[in-house]
Design a protein around this ligand. Sequence first.
Ligand code: UDP
Length: 321
Amino acid sequence: MRVLITGGAGFIGSHLSDAYIERGDEVYVIDDLSTGSIENIQHLKNNPSFHYTIESVGNHQVLAELVDQCDVIFHLAAAVGVKLIVESPVRTIETNVHGTEVVLNLANKKKKKVLIASTSEVYGLSTEVPFREDGNLVMGATIKGRWSYACSKAIDEFLALAYWREKKLPTIVVRLFNTVGPRQTGQYGMVIPTFVKQALSGRPITVYGDGKQSRCFGYVGDVVGALVNLMDNREAVGQVFNIGSSQEVTILELAQRVKEMANSSSEIVFVPYDEAYEEGFEDMPRRVPDISKVSALVGFSPRMSLDGILQSVINYYSGRR
Ligand code: UDP
């Protein structure tokens, strides 16, 4: 199979590339390196089954050719990371909405199956925990920059589902819940790489708010397995799937665990949200996926424990230092 991965030099995209290369497939990556990094795909560059193009998905001609060459498309190219979103809302909205529009439009011309990566962020302020795919999405006010990400991704979802209903383009939507593991950068605000780097360097570990907010962290290897299986499954078409772990942890507990596992002398400090992001910033107090749908269809069950995940990230950053 020839697989096109937009955002293939990113954290999740590069692990997905690894999975397909291991399976013996041909991988084509398009990435503008805005948040991805060439380092993530360095080890694949000399593999004859791996091809990469440094370009934005907004370049129709280049993308059209890649779509032509491939059998299936994973659209992972997007502006991600709460920090990046709050700081660059224009870039977030334009990249996420326009990029997906171009990918779906070109895929439709050749009727190539597309999997669109969405996010748990779309559940917004919903309190219907655990979140189900058919549950309500509760958006915050438009004056709060954070919600532009959820809205842009919700539009991507609508568009992907509309292409299936109206034009019979096979599309699949996945909502990824706090995916973590080696190669994820803390540069755009993600908590685990940030805490691990702080702990390893002895700098204060910055818990935002009171640290009582919780998340479920899914290991990238588990998540990528689900993406591959969903792409292979005919019944996944035209549907939305949550993918993540159901092991919940508060951010304060996470900070303590990272400190302990990294043998760190770092102090744990509390930083108000207004200071960490922007005035009036709204966080999600809990974010837990209901993963019964993806489990029932492709037998998804997260294997890596939180400690296993933290160890893998600690090893990754220790190696780099
Ligand atoms: N967070 C934190 N300290 C940091 C970075 C993030 O306490 O240095 C918190 C953040 O406020 C959120 C949680 O960790 O409650 C997860 O943040 P992340 O950006 O990784 O993902 P999110 O779930 O917000 O998309």
